[in-house]
Design a protein around this ligand. Sequence first.
Ligand code: BJW
Ligand code: ZN
Length: 261
Amino acid sequence: MAEGSSVSGGTGRIAVTASDDVMKVDLVRDRLSRAQRIVVLTGAGISAESGVPTFRGEGGLWRQHRALDLATPQAFARDPRLVWEFYNWRREVLGPLEPNPGHNALVKLEQRVPQFTLITQNIDGLHARAGSRNILELHGNIWHVRCLGCGKVAEDHSVLPPMPRCPGCGALLRPHVVWFGESLDPSILSTAFEAVQHAEIVMVIGTSGTVEPAASMGMVAKRKGACLVEINLEPTPFTTLYDTSILGKSGEILPMICESW
Ligand code: BJW
Ligand code: ZN
């Protein structure tokens, strides 16, 4: 959170004060404690404090690698070995990482709320590792593989051979994740939209809001009358459209919001 007293800079913008943030945290905690139906939408930022690289910020994956070369069906058709090298490298990076206090705070929140849906764009599996239950993984899971021949999906936590094959039919396996230009699982997507349309509060955490259809979910909820809360290190295209925006690390803010009712 921003520290110190408020400062009016030469730009005319007023910095958010620590006391403003404390008031926002109190306000959000109060709203959550009275809500029956809560949706949380997370992005790469919630896992950043676990050591998972984000996509677009400084040091982000798409700053170092071209998404079109690695995260499209065309890229996989052209060079499956290269794409598997990328995902195997990410498996190696993710393997030893642990959920952080942000993930853990959402577990506590779920335990207190009658209807709680956690929609995540993340493929790292850290929400489930932390103990969250009602999770919708919009973009799949890096620890799952899918057979291009028989379509079978299997869980596998190893670092795979360069061109892994299906033990059942021998066809090439692919990561069970959603690449650009691919449709999301229709049943996961409709359950997610159903949840946001009925939510009283939607918290949007650690996502740049650049990738559809996840990016539109907050506004869908807002049009239905939900209260929208954003937690992010920096402003996003949606910050001014939502009801409350708290700038800071989700691993610090979420425990304050969720762990002291
Ligand atoms: C912190 C923090 C801390 C840091 N605390 N905060 C409509 C209009 C225009 C285009 C489209 C459209 N509909 C569909 C498209 C095409 C495309 C799309 O959206 N393109 C845009 C880029 C324009 N979408 C698709 O193709 C989707 N499919 C689809 O819609 O099918 C139908 C269709 C297809 C084609 C045309 C039209 C319709 C599929 C999208 C799949 C995205 N896949 C990826 C890769 C997954 C596998 C993998 O990981 O390898 O998903 S891309 C990547 O981006 C990944 C993420 O889930 C996703 C979102 O990223 P996220 O989570 O927001 O991360 P960052 O890095 O961007 O942001 C991190 C944030 O955290 C920052 O804001 C930081 O400030 C913050 N932060 N530390 C709090 N400690
Ligand atoms: Zn198969």
